[in-house]
Structure formats: C-alpha cells, structure tokens
Write a protein that binds this ligand. Structure first.
Ligand code: SF4
Ligand code: SF4
Length: 83
C-alpha cells in the first residue's frame, strides 16, 4: 500500500463481480478463496503498490471499497481552516 493510502474492502458488500480487478492499473486486487456471509467470494488487496487512483472504488456497483488518502484529509483541513 502506498504511503498515506488506506484502502478497505467491505467484504460483505462485495459480490465478487471482478470489475475492480479489471480496472486496477497496479493489478493488486484478487478474489479471495473464502466466502462472505452471503456466499460470494470477495475481493482482497494483495501485496503491491496501490497508487490511490480510486478507480476500484468508483467502478464498484456495491460501494464495497473505501479509500482514505492522507492528502484528501489534509486538503479538507486546509479548506476548512481558510473558510
Ligand atoms: S486505488 Fe487504484 S491502484 Fe489502488 S487498488 Fe484501487 S484501482 Fe488499484
Ligand atoms: S467491483 Fe465491488 S462488488 Fe465487484 S468485485 Fe470489486 S469490490 Fe466486489
């Protein structure tokens, strides 16, 4: 995972459609062998260098991926301070 990037997959929202795997330029998303509580194989993050591009989160039809970038938090803080 890149520095300042925190990516979380909500495994019980994931239906294992594989769209996020297709769009990830770093090819670090994989389908787990395990099942979630609805019986789907869910997506996991393998070791690799996530760039925080958010393509996976944007394409996911089930909003199963959340990405927090330190950079976004800092930008919001600066924006609030300047208001
Ligand atoms: S944010 Fe970009 S690089 Fe990181 S896992 Fe998602 S698609 Fe891949
Ligand atoms: S796009 Fe969403 S639902 Fe589909 S495999 Fe990825 S995380 Fe799961």
């Amino acid at each position: 995972m890149g520095k300042g990037i925190n990516l979380k997959v909500n495994k019980n929202r994931c239906k294992g459609c594989g769209l996020c795997i297709e769009v990830c330029p770093q090819k670090i998303l994989i389908i787990s062998r395990s099942f979630n509580k609805f019986g789907y194989h869910f997506v996991e993050v393998a070791n690799g260098d996530c760039k925080g591009c958010k393509r996976c989160a944007i394409i996911c039809p089930d909003a199963a991926i959340e990405i927090f970038l330190e950079q976004d938090i800092l930008t919001k803080t600066i924006y609030k301070e300047n208001k």
